[in-house]
Design a protein around this ligand. Structure first.
Ligand SMILES: [Zn+2]
Ligand SMILES: [Zn+2]
Length: 70
């Protein structure tokens, strides 16, 4: 088992300014790559993917800034 080099097809492009996990990307610690993949497991190696950096309380960032309407 391990990386079968399938993961490159699902490799997530980095979105500038958006944290990896918040952009819906999941990390496979086997393939060591971020994936855009709906499943819980890596399509390549079958290992469980990480979807969040940490469990627990999510700090409320200033996601909801006041929406300015002109
Ligand atoms: Zn892989
Ligand atoms: Zn993998």
């Amino acid at each position: 088992m391990g990386c079968k080099n399938i993961c490159y097809r699902y490799k997530a492009e980095r979105i500038f300014g958006v944290p990896r996990y918040e952009s819906g990307h999941k990390r496979c610690s086997i393939c060591e790559v971020f994936l855009e993949w709906d499943g819980r497991h890596c399509p390549c190696c079958g290992y469980m993917l990480r979807t969040k950096p940490k469990e627990g309380k999510s700090r409320q960032k200033m996601l909801v800034k006041s929406v300015k309407r002109i």
